[in-house]
Ligand binder design. Structure first.
Ligand code: HEM
Length: 217
């Protein structure tokens, strides 16, 4: 079975994307090949094909954590939030969700986990445009997470409460939270006249970093 065999209902996501204005449409279009490369990594193929072992799934979560954790730390410390005070990015952090899932799988509590994150390449988030481009990749991944959650539930019985909190994303609020994110990025980039090509470049770099993380083994 290949990834193209997996029935992926994109109708909701497609209509979601249509509500997002130009910069988001451009990001979606110009990163489409990079996104396809994510779906084509061996680990994602194996997850979609139903052949990923439980230990393989845990290794996947740890790999994503290795990148998401330092990237989110850099994002939290970014000066953009001193300007965008109306947007609560902290509510969107994914690292804690990853830790919660890994802890569940290890039968430990998140506080007792001892993860030694691998050293990974991080995207350059040295400007507002670049930060938003990098975060586009992490936020957007919640949309595909719904497909993956279904697979994890079918395969292992994992749910939003048990081992698949990261992929469960925002649950039924996913479409709404994505629209809020799109509106924020659109408004901020227009008001601040951000360079959208710089945003795209950071999004592509971030996909590249994820590709390295997902493709390492
Ligand atoms: C098996 C793996 C994956 C599947 C099946 C999947 C599937 C999807 C689906 C169905 C969407 C909804 C939008 C569309 O129809 O194109 C989506 C969006 C998205 N995914 Fe994935 N995805 C996967 C992996 C990833 C990974 C690993 C990342 C990032 C590291 C990622 C980043 C994104 C982004 C940024 C979007 C938003 C696209 C937009 O602008 O609308 N995806 N994905």
């Amino acid at each position: 079975m290949t990834t193209s065999d997996v029935p992926v209902d994109r109708s909701d996501e497609a209509s979601t994307a249509k509500t997002c204005a130009d910069v988001m449409v451009m990001l979606r279009k110009d990163t489409a090949d990079a996104h396809q490369s994510m779906e084509d990594t061996p680990v994602m193929r194996s997850l979609l094909a139903g052949t990923l072992s439980r230990s393989g799934y845990m290794a996947l979560l740890e790999d994503i954590y290795s990148l998401a954790s330092p990237l989110e730390a850099a994002a939290m410390a970014h000066p953009l939030w001193t300007r965008a005070t109306n947007f609560d990015f902290r509510r969107r952090l994914k690292s804690q969700r990853l830790l919660q899932d890994i802890a569940f799988l290890q039968g430990a509590s998140p506080e007792d986990l001892e993860i030694v994150p691998r050293t990974v390449r991080l995207p350059n988030v040295g400007s507002d445009a670049r930060l938003l481009g990098a975060l586009y990749v992490i936020e957007g991944a919640s949309l595909g997470g719904r497909v993956i959650l279904k697979q994890l539930t079918d395969l292992y019985g994992y749910t939003a409460e048990a081992a698949a909190c990261f992929y469960a994303g925002y649950g039924h609020d996913t479409g709404q939270r994505w629209r809020e994110w799109c509106a924020f990025v659109e408004d901020y980039s227009r008001d601040r006249k951000l360079d959208t090509q710089e945003m795209l470049s950071a999004a592509l770099e971030t996909f590249g970093c994820f590709g390295e993380v997902l493709g390492h083994g």
